[in-house]
Design a protein around this ligand. Structure first.
Ligand SMILES: *Cc1c(COP(=O)(O)O)cnc(C)c1O
Ligand SMILES: [Zn+2]
Length: 371
């Protein structure tokens, strides 16, 4: 198993702790993949994402068994005819980030790593909370870098897991630079959900689960929120694997959603560009997807286009209204998650033919995580 550069295809063993190629290119993961036997998983007694271990970079009998907190195998809820919500707030740290975090930390454990570095990509800090939780579970020391402006409530949760917090004055970029400086100086494992492709090995299980829950069928389209695109990239990898294994004939469409107030990828897509320019933004309530300079922009654009998908921006008002509407259906989600339902409603107007098609959107995070 190797990291492989998306630009020049140089490979690096995982033990190298590389997080970027010498050429500056980002890294993907390369290993021999096995197909999941869905007849076997359908009756598995393992009710977590680990029932798909055949498709993951681990053995059946491996370190993940000591680290799992039961993440994954989340319910899907019927919202209307042909429309389903996948409730990823049923997770140990209340968001889908646990899918990626458990894979990252389990791999670090497998590699014999004692200490990892991570940083917050946005205000929500959901990924680092998950990393800190699984780090505690695995007995791995986490050094977590956050902007100095991060709320004390979030910091308290991360510290409760025993992680060392490093508060960095300045911007989110300053925080990332400080984390990277420590990764370099200590040659640590960078448990980054943006740079480390092992994270997507976890998020891809979202699609494996949906496929099984829909009786070994794919919906026609997946509504996917995009900040850094970790759920989107995971979903796309799963589509490619299922096609390669002959388990589906064609990929479902990725219908991506950004907050209109912070939509660099939508802008690039609409402009027909192949790369994403960072934007200035005025802020959005959907802080979990407020990523002005997504590192994986090029790959995200490719994935959307490869599935004949689309990407739209939703307004602040529509996010608030969607959250209200979901709550009136008994579903209380994080504000960021409401963007997905707002996106679904907007897509139904944009493509009326969707009403005869099966659609799944995610409930990414629990309502109590937002103020
Ligand atoms: C992280 C997060 C997202 C966005 O995920 P990306 O991987 O950044 O695209 C969406 N919703 C919630 C609730 C999140 O925590
Ligand atoms: Zn390279």
């Amino acid at each position: 198993m190797n990291y492989i550069c998306v630009e020049c295809h140089t490979t690096y063993p995982l033990e190298s702790n590389k997080w970027k190629c010498e050429c500056g290119g980002l890294l993907n993961l390369e290993y021999e993949k096995k197909a999941v036997d869905f007849t076997e998983t359908a009756t598995s007694r393992n009710h977590s994402l680990w029932k798909y271990v055949d498709a993951l970079p681990f053995e059946k009998d491996d370190v993940w068994q000591e680290i799992t907190l039961g993440e994954g195998d989340t319910p899907i809820i019927k919202i209307a005819e042909n429309v389903y919500a996948k409730a990823d707030y049923y997770m140990p740290t209340l968001s889908f980030k646990d899918r990626g975090a458990v894979l990252l930390i389990a791999m670090a454990k497998k590699l014999g790593i004692k200490r990892v570095v991570a940083d917050s990509s946005g205000n929500a800090g959901t990924a680092i909370t998950a990393i800190a939780a699984y780090g505690a579970r695995a007995g791995i020391q986490c050094d977590i870098f956050v902007p100095a402006s991060t709320s004390s409530k979030k910091i308290a949760q991360i510290e409760a897991h025993g992680a060392a917090i490093h508060k960095v004055p300045g911007t989110r970029e300053d925080t990332a630079s400080a984390a990277i400086a420590m990764v370099k100086s200590t040659e640590s494992f960078y448990a980054s959900h943006i740079y480390n492709p092992i994270f997507w090995e976890g998020t891809k299980t979202y699609v494996y689960e949906v496929f099984e829950q829909m009786n070994n069928n794919m919906p026609d389209a997946f509504i996917v929120p995009v900040g850094n695109g970790t759920l989107l990239m995971g979903a796309y990898i799963a589509f490619q694997e299922l096609v390669a294994n002959g388990q589906i004939e064609k990929m479902p469409r990725i219908l991506a959603v950004q907050a209109e107030a912070c939509a660099p990828i939508m802008k690039a897509f609409a402009g027909g560009q192949d790369t994403v320019e960072p934007i200035e933004h005025t802020g959005t309530l959907a802080e979990g997807i407020a990523i002005a300079a997504p590192a994986r922009g090029t790959e995200i654009l490719q994935a959307i286009r490869a599935t004949e998908g689309d990407i739209i921006g939703v307004s602040e008002e529509s996010i608030i209204e969607a959250r209200k509407q979901l709550a009136l259906k008994g579903i209380y989600v994080e504000i960021t998650s409401a963007a997905n339902y707002a996106g679904y409603l907007q897509y139904m107007e944009k493509y009326p033919e969707l009403k005869d098609q099966q659609i799944v959107f995610p409930l990414c995070g629990a309502g109590l995580k937002s103020n």
